[in-house]
Design a protein around this ligand. Sequence first.
Ligand code: GSH
Length: 222
Amino acid sequence: MSGLRIYGIARTRAYRALWMAMELGIDYEHLPIEIGDAGARSPEFLAINPNGRLPVIVDDGFVLFESLAITLYLAKKHGKLYPATLEGEAKAWQWSFWAIAEVDRGVNIWSLHAVRLPLEERNAALREEALKIIAAPFQVLDAALAKTPYLLGDEFTVADLNVAAVISRAIDMDLSATPHLKAWLTRCLDRPAARKALALKTKAENATPPEVTRRIARINRL
Ligand SMILES: N[C@@H](CCC(=O)N[C@@H](CS)C(=O)NCC(=O)O)C(=O)O
């Protein structure tokens, strides 16, 4: 089958690929498969992505996993939101790798224990620990955004999409210590494509049974 297929329910990191596809205005098919044995760890899916994780895309037969590799690939392929210079491209990679390495896990753990798990199953110690881990990188991001409205300058690019998508759940945190980060994140998430993607994500989130959220919490504590 030709065209772009995006695998993964919008509650997962597939949201990042969906947001990018919406920004680019390209045609795609969304296959909202779930994590676990009935979805991403089924034999059919493992044949596409042996990691058993979401998202993965198949673009005219080309298979790619890792959410931020997917957004970078799509932006570059479609010539939109992608830096025009070698240095700009390197900075987009820098911020993308930074987001995965420095803040992805912390924001995820915080959101599980602040918002997503049933109230009585939230662990305040894990929540506080997660906040401590992300405090320093959030200061780094705040300082960068004090200089320019977007990470690479005056324009929204794939670098902003990647970092904002990774920390999108931080919008529910108290961000008063990082006002530039807060204003930038609000700006990014307010874009029409971001709102559309977020609506899909919220809908999927609201339909997620508690046992799936518990499973996510178990995976993330590893
Ligand atoms: N670094 C990967 C992480 C992928 C990932 O962990 N996806 C989660 C959903 S958000 C998943 O599939 N978890 C289920 C599992 O590990 O079984 C990416 O950014 O694509």
